[in-house]
Design a protein around this ligand. Sequence first.
Ligand code: SAH
Length: 252
Amino acid sequence: MRIDVITLFPEWVSQLEHFGVVGRALRQTRFTLACWNPRDYGARADGRVDDRPYGGGPGMVMQYAPLAATLAAIRQVRADTAPVILMSPAGVSFEQGRAAELAAGSGFILVAGRYEGIDQRFIDHCVDAELSMGDFVLSGGELPAMSVIDAVVRLQGGVLGDARSAVEDSFTDNLLDYPHYTRPAESAEAGGVPEVLLSGDHAAIARWRQKQALGLTWMRRPARVIRERLSAAERALLDEFIAEQAAATDDE
Ligand code: SAH
């Protein structure tokens, strides 16, 4: 897989190679991550790649030509039709399904905007998709691009120490993850851990975890839990969770 990133801060995005499982995967050349600075491709004589917006108003806009020249340089190296994805608050919200889709492909080209954004003509002519990290505004597309790269790279076979952790992660089966606990079993400040997890009864543990995942998703992402689509067993687990929840609230 090859990932290219167009960014005014290539040194920052390249830092991904230095940390964690994603860094290891990138270093082991399972992936190629290449960052491209538009300043190196078609900047004006003064080195700038931005200009004032037509129509007036605050801030600067990234110009079409340096972005297009950078993309052309990438296309020469890639020699494929990898999609160009712009990080943008106006994009569709980036979710796990999209990460899985991108992980199944042979790579993509990310564009990180800066300033007030980029000239619309680059979006119209060169961009295949726009992805948003959520309804908030960052000062640049670098963190969003790094988030996309992390989410995609960690899904590739062999990247996670235990392939099961990717499968069991939040959202892969449309549910949030169940709560995790590790030693000690008893903390003076924070109390104990759910009894069942210490039981060694793997079926009971699996059942408890599925119940928590269903319940947590039902509470926090209600739109994801469509009762009619649950199996009878899942519905029973969810009802159990809701009953326990109600009992706990009554106790308070
Ligand atoms: N003027 C724009 C904000 C530009 S922020 C507006 O009001 O919508 C500068 C750059 O940061 C954008 O071009 C985009 O690449 C990136 N960015 C900011 N917030 C983002 C978000 N929520 N998701 C993805 N990219 C974002």
